[in-house]
Design a protein around this ligand. Structure first.
Ligand code: HEM
Length: 473
């Protein structure tokens, strides 16, 4: 029996240790300071509804798909993001999608949804393919056998890709992309605590917000330019934002409102970066999946570069990406505050409690997934997906606040893999400790160090993947 046929024989992908018992407030602060994931105790992965009492109040961890539907969809207005997060992302007048709630937020989403939907993102594909090709050329020039921190390698690429999507070749956008790519800097559990008013002077993010504020004049100019009737430049994301209209009323956002949204989108775009290291890591750990990805790429793309239409045909690669985001959801924790009393799965949630939907836990929950800590892309066949609640898989969240950048992020990831996996393999440097950690986004604590190998499409690579080619269709 081969390893592919017997996945039981493979090592489990890296995960932090789980506390056997719930943590006290003090333990939570200590552990959560360095790694939010390591604060998730065993019971959370067993029970569908978990209640915890901490010094600052009650917290409910909701894993039950019906409960998640209640919180993120059916009664969404009762569960705004917790105040500290909304404050951090309160740019300008605070009308951006991560800060605003209720009617202001609804109006912005209605007007902006079409700027990042499937049809709009098709226009971004050629620019992203060209950037991925440029990265491939640079990897080609590397001396053989050199070990790279794979996350660092993709940071530069992601920055370029974000700039390209926002403003095409107009590099005037770079200060925004560079600043917001790190916004607001590292923040942790402590920053999530609801501070008493008299402690609010400890505003760790004042400097970050000041720097974001300094970008307003640049954005105002670039947006106004794209609103000019005589504008002849590319129809990049800034253009799409500047010209977006409510489909029913024809209403658009003011330039000041759009500035808030550009900063919001600039600070969230970087989330895609977190996925790259984990996908390469999982492929290196599971050569049978890597062989199927390669075979599919050879079959679908031949010697050509990926076009927008090809992305939907990379069925196995998509399953691998979905499974990687199940095991390592780039945004692993969502925290909400109950605005008024509610009933979730028959249990009372008092006003002001913190309600946590934690993709890291939901995706590895023993009542929702078989053998949840194991890598298995077949969880994402259409049949398997149809048999499962859609509220059990939330890398992009669900409901009205679902990630507006999901299509763009998925296109960026598929394009990058389609271009690079045809030419290279990444091999793990032995004896390194891979440590998933998260404050807000999930990343490998010390990075993942890999060596780049060139892959020839004839010869060894083809022989290895001959069986997989048949399976990938
Ligand atoms: C793999 C990449 C990404 C993942 C996994 C991801 C995940 C998520 C998740 C889980 C949420 C919900 C957060 C919450 O409600 O607390 C969210 C919201 C959001 N994301 Fe993403 N995201 C990704 C990429 C992007 C990109 C590329 C953009 C921008 C172009 C973006 C923009 C946003 C915005 C603006 C929101 C707030 C939406 C709202 O509240 O209406 N994301 N994302």
């Amino acid at each position: 029996m081969t390893v592919a046929e017997n996945p039981e024989s493979l090592p489990l992908p890296a995960m932090p240790p789980r506390p056997a018992r719930p943590l006290s407030t003090w333990q939570l602060l200590r552990v959560g300071f360095s790694n939010t994931l390591a604060a998730c105790d065993e019971e959370m992965f067993e029970e569908l509804f978990v209640e915890r009492h901490y010094a600052w109040g009650r917290m409910f961890v909701i894993n039950d798909p019906d409960g998640i539907k209640r919180v993120l969809q059916d009664n969404v207005d009762n569960y705004p993001r917790i105040d500290p997060i909304r404050r951090v992302f309160a740019f300008g007048s605070g009308s951006g999608m991560l800060c605003a709630e209720g009617e202001v937020w609804r109006r912005h989403r209605r007007i902006l949804n079409s700027t990042l939907d499937r049809r709009a993102v098709v226009a971004d594909v050629p620019g992203l393919v060209a950037l991925a090709e440029e990265l491939a050329r640079r990897l080609d020039e590397l001396p053989g056998g050199e070990a790279l921190n794979i996350g660092e390698m993709f940071t530069h690429f992601q920055t370029r890709a974000t700039g390209q999507v926002f403003a095409g070749d107009d590099r005037a956008i770079d200060p925004m992309v560079l600043r917001m790519g790190h916004y607001p800097g590292e923040y942790g559990l402590f920053d999530f605590l609801t501070m008493p008013r008299w402690l609010r002077f400890i505003d760790r993010f004042r400097k970050s917000r000041r720097e974001a504020k300094a970008l307003h004049p640049l954005l105002a100019r670039m947006l106004a330019e794209r609103r000019e009737p005589g504008y002849r430049g590319p129809q990049d994301l800034l253009w799409r934002l500047a010209n977006a209209r409510d489909r029913q009323t024809g209403e658009s956002l003011s330039i000041a409102e759009l500035e808030d949204e550009v900063l919001t989108l600039g600070s969230t775009s970087v989330t895609s970066l977190q996925a790259y290291s984990w996908i390469w890591y999982l492929l290196a750990l599971h050569p049978w999946a890597e062989a199927r990805v390669e075979a599919e790429l050879d079959a679908v793309l031949g010697d050509g570069l990926p076009q927008a239409d090809d992305l939907g045909r990379l069925v196995y690669l998509r399953k691998v990406v979905d499974e990687a985001m199940r095991l390592y959801p780039p945004l692993p924790v969502m925290l909400r505050a109950a605005a008024s009393d509610d009933l979730v799965c028959g249990r009372r949630i008092p006003r002001k409690s913190v309600v946590a939907v934690i993709p890291w836990v939901v995706h590895r929950h023993r009542k929702l997934w078989d053998d949840p800590d194991r890598f298995d892309p077949e969880r994402f066949t259409p049949e398997a997906v149809a048999a499962r609640s859609r509220y059990a898989y939330l890398p992009f969240s669900v409901g009205p606040h679902v990630c507006i950048g999901a299509t763009l992020a998925m296109s960026e990831i598929l394009i990058t893999f389609a271009v690079l996996a045809r030419r290279f393999r990444f091999r793990l440097v032995p004896d390194q400790r891979i440590e998933p950690i998260a404050w807000t986004s999930l990343r490998p604590g010390r990075g993942i160090h890999m060596r780049v190998e060139k892959r020839s499409r004839s010869g060894a690579a083809r022989e290895n993947s001959a069986d997989a080619a048949a399976a990938a269709g």
